[in-house]
Design a binder for this molecule. Structure first.
Ligand code: B4P
Length: 185
């Protein structure tokens, strides 16, 4: 059966970290809108130029732009037998658009549960190590507000498909909890 998984959680919950490991273990493509948008910024494409300042401010890129890049990506051959979505959908509008374009778009939603102070700490550490434009304290707090307002309502939208997993501890400990949860779902 196709595995169609969505990884949900606040910025810094470990979505990007875990998504790469899970996708590798399950042999499904890891589709990260954050990675796709950052790649567009680095490549200096029209899309990158449109989204650069929005991302640096911690705001969400418009549903129209994000839905278009995901639709294109999901039409590729490797996504036919499943995928792991990381960072998309992030709004109810995106979730509805995904349901309109793919039948049974999401089977399981893994909600990574990490408290606010821990995610702020992780993202400030990454700021020191990687210098990402959106990892300063003001923008991090803004991204957390945007998560609560726009993305957290997806938990109710996906209802019974959602399984919460404790996202604290080492990367391996979190991965092992997720894999056990997915094996049961
Ligand atoms: P994303 O790239 O999705 O970034 P994020 O939500 O901040 O999560 P990220 O994946 O980076 O963090 P992770 O938890 O893995 O989005 C960036 C921006 O792109 C958005 O703000 C928005 O502007 C735009 N965007 C993306 N998708 C969009 C959409 N669908 N619609 C509109 N706009 C969109 O890791 C954080 C840190 O924690 C890392 O340094 C990691 O090493 C560390 N970490 C991970 N696990 C840990 C653990 N167990 N213990 C300690 N540290 C850990």
């Amino acid at each position: 059966m196709a595995r169609r998984i969505l990884l949900l959680g606040p910025p810094g919950a470990g979505k990007g970290t875990q998504a790469a490991l899970i996708a590798n273990a399950l042999h499904v493509p890891h589709i990260s809108t954050g990675d796709m948008l950052r790649a567009a910024v680095v490549a200096g494409t029209d899309l990158g130029t449109q989204v650069e300042s929005i991302m640096a401010a911690g705001e969400l890129v418009s549903d129209r732009l994000v839905v278009a890049i995901v639709d294109e990506r999901l039409a590729e051959e490797d996504a036919r037998c499943g995928y792991l979505l990381d960072g998309f959908p992030r709004t109810l509008g995106q979730a509805e658009a995904l349901n309109d374009s793919v039948v049974d778009a999401i089977g399981t939603v893994v909600l990574l549960d990490v408290d606010t102070e821990e995610v702020v700490k992780r993202l400030l550490k990454r700021a020191e190590e990687e210098g990402r434009a959106d990892d300063n304290e003001e923008t991090i707090r803004r991204r957390l507000e945007v998560y609560e307002a726009d993305t957290a309502p997806l938990v109710a939208f996906y209802g019974a498909a959602v399984v919460a997993v404790d996202g604290t501890g080492t990367v391996d400990e979190v991965l092992s909890r997720i894999m056990i949860t997915l094996a049961k779902s």
